[in-house]
Design a protein around this ligand. Structure first.
Ligand code: 5AD
Ligand code: SF4
Length: 464
């Protein structure tokens, strides 16, 4: 039997169990899906919600629910620590609600040391699974309700891509779409290749038909997701470039905006720049992780580009697509990093003039080559360098934002403003945020907005 079909049978079984439990309870069972980490995890969570919804749960944001699932991240250690901290709170809820089930999945669960720790110190957890078998969630749910103790199912790797399971989107008007899974780059600080496995691309026809279906449901903005989208399609039977995939996505009626995440600088082609330049739909935003501006550190990191190559690439992009915004990721405190290296990073920030940059302190990830390096930088030095990099990043980002003040741009209205109900919050093509007067009827619409006032990293505007 086809895997998806099998999982639909488990959904039917789960429905029966959930219905029985709801009768005992006297109301619907509630569930809460909590996402840590990146866009890929956010998309995976929509798949978890899809299954839970199909099984008859009512979704809530309150973690004091009948089923809570944490979709975890392990890219930096602070994400792991947050999970441990919050598990303690969940245990308190569970003591008062014996019906409660606690489930853990995602990247952190692919680490054997994490599983050992949970088995030992968090024995109240009911279900643990990893990144490779998330498509089996319906089956695991059924098994969990039938099991006595903790159920653990972690796969080391997979070559399967299971499509067409239920998905519950967070936003009706925009959606992420996985175009590939895993990563083959092995940047030597990064745990992702170990927890997400080798690179696998989905067939373009599958991707295009999923996007067509989304467009038919009213989705206007899509984000193509992959750890390294620029190497999309290389391992397919009939190889296709990422630029070619974009060209085909562009043809789909109803889709107004196309985004993608993440690009590795070493694989960014001239063909892609050209496709972006000529596109009416691809957003004016490129996330291009730098990590470090020092060629020496880049080599140690196994990034496979130099400072000069990166700068030339950024220059070329800005020249070809002047209204593009470029954002980045930066790591401060990689083993052996000196103040001179930090100054090289700052030099790149000033030259590229990033529109935004996520700056991270290096976090030692067990099992990665960098964790075994002897010249780890002490915490105090890292903090000092980090603060300096952050202040430069903030300064250049504010200057960039200021340049758009007084212009009128299209914004996709995403939600009612969190702090002021008379305002809505919209996103510009370049990924900047603008707040302006409006009502909930505007949500999901693309409207022209005058960018009246820049407030650092966002704008106050007026809809025209
Ligand atoms: N420590 C700090 N930051 C890291 N990243 C990946 N691994 C680590 C690490 N060990 C950052 C990189 C990457 C982003 C998603 O997370 O900057 O681009
Ligand atoms: Fe990690 Fe490098 Fe792969 Fe990005 S490209 S996921 S930083 S190994």
């Amino acid at each position: 039997m086809e895997e998806a079909q099998l999982q639909y049978e488990y959904i039917e079984k789960a429905k029966k169990i959930v219905r029985e439990k709801a009768e005992e309870k006297g109301s619907k069972l509630t569930c809460c899906v909590v996402t840590f980490g990146c866009q890929m995890n956010a998309r995976d969570s929509e798949k978890l919600s899809g299954i839970l919804n199909a099984a008859g749960f009512e979704e809530t944001e309150d973690e004091n629910a009948d089923l809570v699932i944490y979709n975890t991240c392990t890219v930096r250690d602070n994400a792991n620590q947050r999970v441990y901290g919050r598990l303690g709170v969940l245990n308190g809820y569970k003591r008062r609600n014996p019906r409660m089930k606690i489930c853990l999945c995602g990247c952190m669960m692919q680490e054997p040391s994490v599983i050992e720790k949970i088995k030992k110190s968090y024995s109240f957890v009911d279900l643990i699974f990893g990144t490779h078998n998330i498509f089996k969630f319906a089956e695991l749910l059924v098994e969990m309700y039938e099991a006595d103790g903790m159920l653990i199912d972690i796969w080391k790797d997979t070559d399967q891509i299971v499509e067409k399971l239920p998905v519950q989107r967070k936003y009706p008007f925009k959606s992420g779409i996985n175009i590939m899974f895993g990563c083959n780059n092995f940047c030597c600080y990064c745990i992702v290749p170990y927890v997400r496995g080798r690179e696998r691309s989905r067939e373009p026809l599958e991707i295009l038909s999923e996007i067509r279906a989304l467009a038919a449901e009213g989705v206007v903005e899509i984000m193509l997701l992959g750890q390294n989208v620029n190497s999309y399609g290389k391992n397919l039977k009939n190889p296709v470039s990422f630029a070619e995939l974009l060209r085909q996505v562009e043809q789909i009626d109803g889709i107004e905006r196309i985004r993608f995440m993440t690009s590795h600088p070493k694989d960014l082609s001239d063909e892609l720049i050209l496709v972006m330049k000529n596109s009416k739909k691809i957003c004016r935003h490129l996330h291009l992780p730098l990590q470090s501006g020092s060629t020496r550190i880049l080599k140690e990191m196994n990034r496979r580009y130099t400072k000069e190559q990166y700068l030339l690439l950024a220059e070329k992009i800005r020249r070809e697509i002047p209204d593009i915004s470029i954002t980045t990721d930066i790591i401060v405190g990689f083993p052996g990093e000196t103040y001179e290296d930090v100054l090289e990073t700052i030099d790149v920030i000033r030259k590229v003039q990033y529109d935004n940059a996520f700056t991270f302190q290096y976090s030692k990830r067990t099992g990665t080559p960098a964790a075994a390096m002897e010249n780890q930088v002490d915490k105090e030095t890292v903090t000092k360098h980090f603060d300096e990099v952050l202040s430069v990043v903030q300064h250049t980002a504010k200057e960039r934002a200021k340049l758009l003040e007084g212009l009128t741009m299209d914004a996709l209205v995403e939600e009612i403003n969190e702090h002021d109900e008379s305002l809505v919050t919209g996103r510009l093509s370049n990924n900047m945020i603008v707040h302006f007067k409006g009502t909930k009827e505007l949500i999901g619409k693309i409207v022209p907005v005058f960018l009246k006032e820049c407030r650092g990293f966002y704008y106050f505007g007026e809809m025209l």
